[in-house]
Design a protein around this ligand. Structure first.
Ligand SMILES: Cc1ncc(COP(=O)(O)O)c(C=O)c1O
Length: 418
């Protein structure tokens, strides 16, 4: 069937980039005398007006502590907070909202799983598999707990394109493997990992799987039940939500038997000086007053993504990625780091003779924000024999014109430095 015969209602909605950009006030400013181009989305995305308004509205109309209050504001705040839990449940298709735990971000979430599940389950000689692509936040928490318990970390290598070498993963799996923790989309290279295949193989070997979804949650469609992952951890601030928000999804049967991560208010049923009994999930893992306002705001970020449609977002970002690869490949001396078969909207590169830090500074002088350095993936940089890259990462509000500006600016920088 050609596109003209597709019934109108099944055609993807037009992606109205001007309307989308109009919803992000921060984009409409000059930086160093030039219109801002924001290409640091893998670090954190900008926030649409609905999210900003939700924060103000929360503080102006319902600010109160949640769950235990008997007054009207406490009820309102609790309802708004719990509405985000249900919204996140739907967003990743978890079976129950009790499987959604709020955290500060992905780092906090992986630490929760490593401390709680790891302390209760890992023993001397057990193995935890991670990959060369991991962010430090999916390396260090496992190192800490493995060292404490005498467990061993094994690492799936990557090939020169930045693809995981799955045959090596197959070899690493053994009856000693207790857990596999892998990133779904690499923040440094953009590689999209075959997590479903990894999960199936790990389960066949009797191991649990944690998926680091920090970079995938806003760029791919997530269905934790279809993936069958045991834990899925991500950050609200990388998907148009406020900073200081993150989520751990965990299967109910695992969460119920895991010990608490932190002790304090909210996570208890009853406390005496002799003994404390713990609350039900998810509250058992949410000690103290949570980041109420920002979590309330996160629901509006999910609504924003849903209003655009994930399939439209994916198509737009794939278009930008292809366009950027084409445009940047003509820059003399530029080498892409990360040319995986399956990639999300991240372009990492080095330019011969120019330090990535200098590239970042010179682009900033032209109003273009990119990230430079090791991207919290030092072992991955070492694998490629470099200490860092320049990285442009794309989002719904980016345009091909902005990529043209990046390419022209890089041309100018190369010319000036040669
Ligand atoms: C793949 C990946 N994992 C984990 C993190 C840590 O996320 P956060 O800083 O929100 O805790 C990041 C942040 O860049 C990331 O890209």
């Amino acid at each position: 069937m050609n596109s003209s015969s597709v019934p109108t209602e099944t055609k993807p909605k037009a992606f109205d980039i001007d309307r989308i950009r109009a919803q992000f006030p921060v984009l409409h400013q000059e930086v160093n005398g030039q219109q801002l181009v924001y290409f640091d989305n893998a670090a954190t995305t900008q926030k649409p007006k609905v999210v900003l308004d939700a924060l103000t509205d929360y503080y102006q109309t319902m600010n109160a502590n949640i769950h235990r209050g008997v007054h009207t504001l406490a009820d309102r705040a609790t309802a708004a907070f719990e509405a985000t839990r249900e919204s996140i449940r739907g967003f990743i298709n978890a079976g129950e909202k009790e499987e959604i735990i709020f955290t500060k971000g992905t780092t906090d979430g992986i630490n929760l799983v490593a401390s709680s599940w790891g302390r209760a389950n890992l023993q001397k000689g057990d193995e935890v598999i991670i990959s060369t692509l991991e962010h430090h936040s999916n390396i260090v928490p496992w190192q800490i707990i493995c060292e404490e318990k005498g467990a061993v970390i094994k690492v799936i290598p990557v090939d020169d394109n930045g693809d995981l070498i799955i045959e090596e993963f197959n070899k690493l799996l053994s009856p000693k493997t207790r857990l596999v923790s892998v990133v779904q989309v690499s923040n440094a290279l953009g590689t999209i990992n075959p997590v479903k295949e990894i999960i199936e193989k790990a389960h066949n070997a009797g191991a649990l799987v944690v998926v680091d979804g920090a970079q995938s949650s806003s760029h791919l469609t997530i269905d934790v039940q279809a993936l069958d992952c045991d834990f899925f951890v991500f950050s609200g601030h990388k998907m148009y939500g406020p900073t200081g928000t993150g989520i751990v999804y965990g299967k109910r049967r695992l969460l119920e038997v895991m010990p608490p991560y932190q002790g304090g208010g909210e996570m208890i049923k009853e406390v005496t000086f002799e003994k404390t009994t713990f609350n039900e999930i998810p509250y058992k893992f949410e000690a103290g007053t949570p980041n109420i306002a920002d979590i309330v705001g996160l629901k509006f970020a999910v609504d924003f993504i849903n209003s655009l449609g994930k399939e439209n977002i994916i198509a737009h970002e794939e278009m930008l990625l292809d366009y950027a690869h084409e445009k940047l490949s003509s820059i003399p001396g530029l080498r892409f780091i990360g040319t995986a078969r399956n990639k999300a909207g991240v372009v990492s590169f080095v330019i011969e003779g120019i330090h990535h830090f200098d590239i970042g500074m010179m682009l900033d002088a032209k109003g273009i924000a990119i990230r430079t350095g090791h991207h919290c993936t030092q072992p991955l940089m070492a694998r490629f024999g470099i200490d860092g890259t320049a990285r442009a990462s794309f989002s719904v509000y980016n345009t091909t014109e902005e990529i043209d500006r990046l390419a022209e600016s890089l041309q100018g920088i190369v010319k000036m430095m040669s």
